[in-house]
Design a protein around this ligand. Sequence first.
Ligand code: ADP
Ligand code: MG
Length: 697
Amino acid sequence: MGQIRILSDQVANQIAAGEVVDRPASVVKELLENSLDAGAARIRVEVEGGGRRLIRVSDDGHGMNRDDALLAFERHATSKLRTADDLLSIATLGFRGEALPSIASVARVTLETCCADGETPGAGTHLEVAGGKIHRVDDAALPRGTTIAVSDLFFNTPARRKFLRAESTELAHVTALVTHYALAHPEKHFELVSASHTIVSAPPVARTSERIYQVFGKETLGQLLPIAAEAPLERAGLPEPPPWRKSPDDLARQPGTLRLTGFYSKPELQKLNRNSIYIFVNKRLIRDRLLLHAITEAYRNVIPPTSSPVVLLFLEMPPEEVDVNVHPAKTEVRFRQQSLVHDFVRDSLRTALVKARPAAGFLAALHSQPTASPSLMPPAASPLPGAPNGASSLGAVPPDSDPAALAGLDTDTEPFHLTERVPAPVPGNLPFDARSFTDGQFREFPSQILSEAAQALLQPAAAPGAGECSPALNNGAAYSTGAAAAAALVEAEQAAASLNSLGSLKPLGQLRESFILAAGDDGLWIIDQHVAHERVLFEKILRDRQVERVQRQRLLMPLLVELKPEQMVVFARIAEELESNGFDVEPFGPQTLAVKSAPVGLEGPALERTLAEVIEQSAENSGEPMRNEELSRLRTRIAASIACHSAIKVNTALDLNRIEWLLLELGKTSHPTSCPHGRPIALLYSWKEIQRAFHRI
Ligand code: ADP
Ligand code: MG
């Protein structure tokens, strides 16, 4: 007898479940996506036991009739795809028809759905499935929409159950997921409730900034800047259907547009991993190496290479430009025009950074140390509910969190990472009537009240009990108005704090011959003279190198530098580029170099240190031929090193003329925000902060 057997549907579904469902958050993801695909305006997610005991997702979408409800649990049953050609232009989040049967094969599922199509209003279907088998189907009077409850996840697969982490970990993953989808759809009402505590409550708002305010709070919004860009998509060189297969539609179709909107962080905000970068492609949350790379490139020499920014990017493109069918959990995609998309993202972000030149606030910089943020988290799920809002919202690491677990968070393989611990949110009370926030009034409130308001709006609302409406639900409209006004206020403050005024500042003098003080309309500026000059030189060196007009000076006596054999190998590899940067260096014996001329401004020990530094930093990849990107990195490394070693030092007296010159030159650079190594250059003690500190407002 032959050995090969066709697997039963139940086993096939469990195998598929292995790919699609690996933890409660992935169940939530599939159910949320189904609700969004069903056109829901309001989605409520309830979980118990971190989702291990129960996940219930209710929506007010178009629902299903009885036949469809039964079919939905069949393998490869989907309403979103008919032919293979449809795969090329998927506009829905789901399309594989795998999620429901997979989930139902490893949990107990109850489905209540009603499509109320007008013929039989109110008629709905109640369906129970467990371990892949339908146990009950009844008619039921239900409102339009769908509720799916998934309980006892992995009840029949104990091996999988063992892989589930602590309840709090699973809840954190679920929270991150709901938060992300809430960000992508500000016009929809999202709620996440865990054991009768509201963790996320986001009534509809008009703009993404208001949604960010709703879920992350004022502080986070204050550190982010909006970005919007678009570029036409050229189709040159792309495979087209042959002429005989082209429909009139194909011929009429325009190449379309690549659009980018979202938010990016000011250079002062730095994270030690990439968990705070969120990328949505056509509203689908994805994890993509190519785009992560583009973002890192945009921030190169603006933040330290070891840090990551906080970025929320929404990319929109015609569906046929992106293949979403490359991963069972649909978290990876493939772009038809990879390098075009990559460069577009990198250049748009760069341009935005250069244009905004956001000034770092003195107080913000004081507290901004790169953190190993587990992820952006809504304040309610932060380690200290009710603590000053900002510290929590950008994912301050809980003091007792396991460093090993955090270190493991930056893998690119797992799509969603979160903090190890989500303490139960503390119910909060509204200190005043939220309805008093009308647009006009709100602006009049002193900022202290504003931040209290922010706290109140963001704290989990006291939920009187399961099933009852929490205050957050009753005051939905008022809350959204508050978010709009607060977001507008934060944006106004952001617009004021730019480095564009650098050139017109009035220099006051130096502090300990190291920091420049200067007065401007917007407040008091404190500028680090060394890094300011470093930035000026860095950009000049790169410019000169680009047009091959590097200024070099002959040394009176050649400088002899001793190298180890492996350093000689590295030197040989970068010698040509060093030459182009003004270094005339010749071998002088097997382990010695003779430097005959050097870039202007570099002498003696500084010259020696620069060479040693560049050689040391270029040690990686020394065997392979240099690629373009590597060459450009080498160029910036050399420029940064020369700039650092020839810039004005701290503890150096500067007269007012020289200070004025430096400020003027700094004002002309593209990134006066930070030195090439990512340290801040100029900090603003804003007029507002000064007034506040003197209790004048
Ligand atoms: P897919 O989303 O890939 O089509 P699923 O297994 O997730 O596959 O869902 C199967 C089908 O069930 C969907 O195509 C859709 O027609 C229907 N469905 C699932 N969830 C909902 C919902 N919340 N509202 C309306 N229809 C739904
Ligand atoms: Mg689906």
